[in-house]
Design a protein around this ligand. Structure first.
Ligand code: SAM
Length: 229
């Protein structure tokens, strides 16, 4: 078996890397040693267990690979996660934001059942069965201020949903991260045109796009926007 050397990511203190600076793999330190969420590789080094984080299965990992300069994830942030699905990416955020809370909103009953199963030992994940179009409906489940909203709902009105939730929950200086899938909005227009429309909508609502990160290499027709009020 190859010996893997893991080191702290130069910017993201709770993310780990192995390999050369030009071609490296991402890991998080497993909050629940021995447990996998998907079929990820586990590596034990110095008594700690690390989970490999696949950018082809998690757009947030793709974001870190494509935009490695800005640390968006301090360990004590509270996050509202829209489009939690079965909890693949949430499980990695749970490792990273290990002093915060992640509220995972998902409207598909089958997915939320898997989310509950996958995250049942993760004390910092709160699964919420809800429709992200109606942020007022799940306020009773959220009991901390929200520093970070991550949205990955793949819906035609994804920018509108993100802004509605930001208006409702995001702290004044909080960060909104939106995965924009052009094909969910308009399957005929060119992706660039759809991205421009979505950015325009967000800016018209009084938000500033700090970064627009193309992750086509890992997820076709996707960009990720990092947004602030
Ligand atoms: C692309 S998947 C998310 C994958 C997930 N973010 C991950 O990386 O592990 C999109 C998810 O958003 C959910 N979704 C779509 N529209 C939603 C809405 N209005 N409210 C809540 N969940 C929604 C879907 O059911 C689906 O599970």
């Amino acid at each position: 078996m190859d010996k893997v050397e893991i080191r702290i990511h130069p910017k993201y203190k709770n993310v780990y890397v192995s390999g050369s600076p030009e071609n490296y793999r991402l890991y998080t330190k497993n909050l629940i040693p021995g447990r996998k969420t998907i079929d990820e590789k586990l590596i034990i080094i110095g008594g700690d267990e690390y989970r490999e984080w696949d950018p082809y299965r998690s757009k947030l990992a793709a974001l870190i690979l494509e935009e490695p300069m800005t640390n968006l994830f301090l360990d004590n942030l509270n996050c509202l996660y829209l489009g939690a699905s079965s909890g693949t990416t949430i499980s990695y955020l749970s490792d990273i934001l290990n002093k915060g809370i992640i509220y995972g909103v998902e409207f598909a009953e089958r997915s939320i059942r898997q989310l509950i199963q996958n995250c049942k030992d993760r004390k910092n994940v709160i699964p919420i069965l809800g429709d992200a179009n109606f942020p007022e409906d799940y306020g009773h489940n959220i009991f901390t201020a929200i520093d970070l909203i991550y949205q990955d709902v793949a819906q035609p009105n994804q920018a509108e949903i993100a802004i509605k939730n930001a208006e409702y929950y995001l702290k004044k200086d909080g960060i909104l991260i939106i995965a924009i899938k052009s094909q969910s909005i308009d399957s005929i227009s060119k992706s660039e045109k759809v991205y421009a429309q979505e950015k325009h909508y967000i800016e018209e609502k009084g938000y500033r796009i700090i970064k627009s990160v193309n992750i086509h290499k890992y997820a076709s027709n996707h960009i990720i926007l990092i947004v602030q009020r």
